[in-house]
Every structure is written in C-alpha cells, then in structure tokens.
Design a binder for this molecule. Sequence first.
Ligand SMILES: *Cc1c(COP(=O)(O)O)cnc(C)c1O
Length: 408
Amino acid sequence: MGSLRIALEDRYCAHNYAPLPVVLSKGRGIWLWDEDGKRYMDMMSAYSAVSFGHSHPQLVQALTQQAGQLAVTSRAFYTDQLGRFLQLLCEMTGMDKALPMNSGTEAVETSLKAARKWAYKVKGVPDQQAQIIVCAGNFAGRSTTIVGFSSEAQYREGFGPFDGGFVTIPYGDAAALEAAITPHTAAFLVEPIQGEGGIIVPPDAYLAQCREICTRRNILLICDEVQTGLGRTGRLLACDHEGIRPDGLILGKALGGGLLPVSAFLARSEVMDVFTPGDHGSTFGGNPLAAAVGYAALSLLRDGELIAAAEQRGQRLREGLNALRHPAIRSVRGKGLLIGLELDPQVITARSFCERLMENGVLSKETHHTVVRFAPPLVITAEAIDAALRIIEHVFATLPTPHMEACT
Ligand SMILES: *Cc1c(COP(=O)(O)O)cnc(C)c1O
C-alpha cells in the first residue's frame, strides 16, 4: 500500500520536496503511525509547527468547537475571537500590537513592509531608498522577495529578477551590523538561532549587542522567531535568553497548534501604526478559527511548564548526543528542543542518517547535507528522549567505521 501512495503523490504532486519514504496516516502526541500501523517517534514536529504534539486534545477541542460556530469571516468584520487572541499574544510577548497572517512567509513579508513604511514615514528615509540588513544563512520563507535575500543558491536559482533593498552581513557578527548601517537603513532582520541554516547558535550576547546597536543607530530590530519562538528553545521567545525586546517580532509555525497555519507580525505601536486600512491584508489572516486555535495554543504555554520542560528535555538530549562521542559527530548544537547534530559527510550524509533513523522508528529530517535536526514536540518525556537516544546510538553503531588513522 505504502509504495502505491508514494507513487500517487509523486505522480500528482509537484516535486518541490524529497520526502522520506514513509506514508503517515495518524498522529498522537509525539507519535506518528504509517499505514501499516508501524509507530514512529516524531523528532521533527513539522519543522517546529507541532510543538504541542499531534492532535493535542485541548487544541482539537478548540478547533472543532470553533469550526462548528464560526470559522472564516475575513477582516471585513470584527469577530468575538480575534481581539482576545491578539491581546494574549501581545501580553505574553511584551509587544504592543499584532497583525495576524497565516504562513510564516506572510508574516515576514508583513515585517518588511512595516519596516520600509516606518523608514519613510517615521525615520525620514527618502522614498524607494530603504535598506534592510539580513544575515548570510538566513531562512525566512520562499516568496520572491524573501528568496531574493537568501544566500542559498538553490533558493534563488531561476526565480529572479529580485527587487533589491537588502544588504547581507555575516551571522553572529555584531561589528558587521554596526558597519553596514547607513542613513537609509530601516531594519535588521535576524533569527535568534538560524534553524534552516543548520541550527546555528550565534555567540553569547549577540542579540543584546544588536539590540544596543539598533537602538543607538535608530533602526528596527526585527526577530524572526517563526521557528525559535513559543517555547522551542526553552524560553517563550529565544530573545528571552538575552533579556531583550525586539521592535518587531515574527511568529508562526507552533502558533497554529499544529492544526492550522497561523502567524503574526508583532511590533511597537510606533511601527505598527504605519499601517492604515487598505495598506495590507489577507483573506484568511486572523480568522476566528485561527484565532481560537492560536488562543488555545498560547494558553498551553502560559504557566511556563511546557517551556521549562523543553529546556530540561533539550539538555538531556544534547548531553545524550554528546555522550555518544562517535567519530562521525562533528558537533551538537542548539538550545532547548531545537538541536542540530552535524555529521561528517565522509562517513554518512544527514539524509541517509535520517533514512536509517526512520527504519528504526524515529522520524527527522536533514537540513543541508550534514545536519540532522532534532526538534521533537515540547511534550516529549524524559523516557522518550532516552528511547530516541538508544535508537540514535544503535544507528551510529551500525555505521561503517571511519578510518581513525586518517584523522590523527
Ligand atoms: C519556517 C520559517 C519561515 C517561513 O514559514 P512558512 O510557514 O513556511 O511560510 C520563516 N522564518 C523562519 C525562521 C522559519 O523557520
């Protein structure tokens, strides 16, 4: 059956992904099942979108109840759901206002529009001249504007022309930010940890230094926390590790509770108030169904227990990976439950490592050719972490051993 489904999907679906050969049909918590009833541990959480686990009962309850009540109205009207969702979102993140969208890409696009308009209307940058500084290795989505500032050749190849207005600096280098700022700079867009870039953690105090520079030079600090936000790194926001508030904050993925695409751009009032009716919008953005699920998702994070668990389980997983001390491991990095295991591609590529994990009942996905991502749902238990570690250890044990002489 599995191979038929794969053939069907391959026949009719565009080949813009290269899925692992497993056909999933059910999910609960950290577990996924294929059509034959084989169970897998989800160590990837749909790129962090399923932080609460699959089909979390409270989220499914919020979804089904709201779906039967009122689902989509467009923002042509007020609803009884949107205000309370955005109030909770702003209160929890310490931001003034939010603009609801659906995908992370759309929320990033919203932030770029806000930054440019703020530069023209508030900062006084001459029309059409606004620049936004980004980092090499960034990932912010797949729209033509966003891939236009990607440093990844494949993301851009064949999709130009690109519209400019972006300046790229090295990631993790605050001095490079200082040097790149001009009177036309509107904003610095940065991920607190680069997720798709390979789980790259910048040096300590990097964000705090960027915060200081942006404030002093009057440019907006916009943090793309689509992947790092909402508890993933062991804090509500990855920015919280350094105790800073950005001027603009982008959330998505887990905001939809693993059930729907829900994203938002949040900002200080001075920034958000550049938008006037008709400037920007989205047919589905902020719909009552999304608002009800988003509210329920945030409610699960409110008491901080899940976030503290992410910190502890993440530490356990990182320590366990480090303890493997296998010569094919180049590094283990990350914060909380956003962990990258970098492999020596001479021994095994990240892709074939993921295939071997899959055969042994653990699902994850590579990012680039050398990094295996471990980002399980935040609800994972210590026992499940240990079980995953045993499987990872087993996969390492069955690898052909590299020639140690060559390394010494
Ligand atoms: C996934 C991601 C996005 C894009 O989100 P989509 O929902 O796929 O459009 C943007 N920024 C970061 C940091 C991401 O990880």
